[in-house]
Design a binder for this molecule. Structure first.
Ligand SMILES: Nc1ncnc2c1ncn2[C@@H]1O[C@H](COP(=O)(O)OP(=O)(O)OP(=O)(O)O)[C@@H](O)[C@H]1O
Ligand SMILES: [Mg+2]
Length: 355
């Protein structure tokens, strides 16, 4: 009986074992199938990822191309505006200089004659006085009315100061003509110091003392430079932009200071020129004005970037200057600024044209 039961149990166990065996085989087959499916899907996924990466790189290339085109367009636009502005300004300046030059030369030339005539007349009056010491009462009264003694001394002084005045106007006219340099659109070896001096002469009215602030000091620390090959009119435009910005910064800074505070720490523009090596010259223009906040320092050379009120700044000065120095002259333009202390712009240009 026991043997019989054992036999039946063994048979059942064997049956279960077979069933389990079958299940195991099915599971293994399914696992194999799944593994194959996963392999295929993984392969497909990798392919899709590769394609996506390719198209992303492609998109990046295109975006870069578009950005470059936009950048070029911006530069071209800025250049066109500037060259139009410059040629209009240059023509106007040259025109005004020409118009002023004629009448001033006329006055200046005649001043010497007037001086001579005045001397002659005064000598004649003196002779009359010597030989007719007691003139009629009417002449005596007139002599006192016009205060002849004072007139004699003052007339010559007036003429001398008129002479100085007309000489100064002639200098200004010369500066205006040099500044516009319409006749010199070519690359030419020029005296950089002359360009800086002419620009300062044009800006002279902004350096003078006002009732709110004393005169702005200009320190010229000029090195021994030889003539530099450049587009003189354009280089002068760069000096003009840098110096005008320095003056704006000094004005902005002074607006927050009292007259006494400015007196104690006077506004200053320092211009240093030097030879870097046999091939380069350096012009550093520093001001002790408001300085440039660090957060905007990387934007200074961007076209249309300005912190000045509408109507005062166009934001083109530095963008154009950068282009003139780097692209037109193969030079370098950089600046260092400490907010509240001041700013220094450094221009470096090759002495000889770089082809
Ligand atoms: N010496 C400086 N000190 C302080 N800030 C300066 C100085 N030079 C330039 N900047 C800053 O750089 C900005 C850009 O100067 P940029 O000359 O290009 O334009 P702008 O002076 O505002 O206008 P414009 O085109 O009329 O010159 C200025 O608005 C100013 O904020
Ligand atoms: Mg400016």
């Amino acid at each position: 009986m026991d043997n019989q039961d054992d036999f039946i149990q063994i048979q059942e166990l064997e049956k279960k074992n077979r069933i389990l065996q079958k299940k195991l085989e099915r599971c293994q087959a399914e696992r194999c199938q799944l593994e194959t499916d996963i392999g295929t899907k993984e392969f497909l996924l990798k392919k899709v990822i590769c394609e996506l990466e390719d198209s992303r790189t492609d998109l990046q290339h295109r975006r870069q191309e578009l950005e470059n085109t936009l950048d070029t367009l911006h530069k071209m636009q800025a250049q066109m505006i500037q060259s139009e502005k410059m040629s209009a300004l240059g023509q106007m300046v040259a025109g005004i200089a020409h118009e002023i030059n004629n009448p001033v030369s006329f006055i200046h030339g005649n001043l010497n004659h007037i001086k001579q005539y005045t001397h002659d007349l005064l000598r004649l009056v003196e002779l009359y006085h010597r030989y007719f010491p007691n003139p009629p009462a009417k002449i005596q009264t007139e002599r006192e009315t016009i205060d002849l003694d004072f007139l004699e001394k003052d007339a010559i002084m007036v003429l001398d100061s008129m002479n100085i005045g007309t000489e100064r106007i002639r200098d200004i006219v010369l500066s205006l003509r040099n500044f516009s340099r319409l006749d010199e659109s070519e690359f030419k070896a020029v005296d950089i110091h002359e360009g800086i001096d002419n620009t300062l002469m044009i800006l002279q009215h902004r350096l003078q003392a006002t009732d709110k602030s004393p005169e702005i000091q200009v320190i010229r620390d000029y090195g021994n430079l030889c003539n530099v090959e450049c587009y003189a009119g354009q280089i002068n435009q760069v000096f003009m932009n840098i110096l005008a910005n320095a003056l704006d910064a000094l004005e902005e800074f002074n607006a927050k200071r009292t007259y006494q505070e400015i007196r104690d720490d006077p506004s200053r523009i320092t211009i240093r020129t030097s030879v870097v090596d046999s091939q380069w010259v350096k012009i550093a223009i520093a001001d002790n004005g408001s300085g440039i906040p660090e957060s905007i320092q990387k934007e200074i050379f961007n076209p249309f970037f300005t912190t000045k009120p509408v109507g005062k700044g166009t934001g083109m000065g530095m963008a154009i200057s950068y282009q003139i120095i780097t692209e037109k002259h193969g030079g370098k333009l950089e600046f260092f600024s400490t907010p509240g202390k001041g700013t220094e712009f450094i221009v470096q240009i090759p002495i000889k044209r770089q082809v």
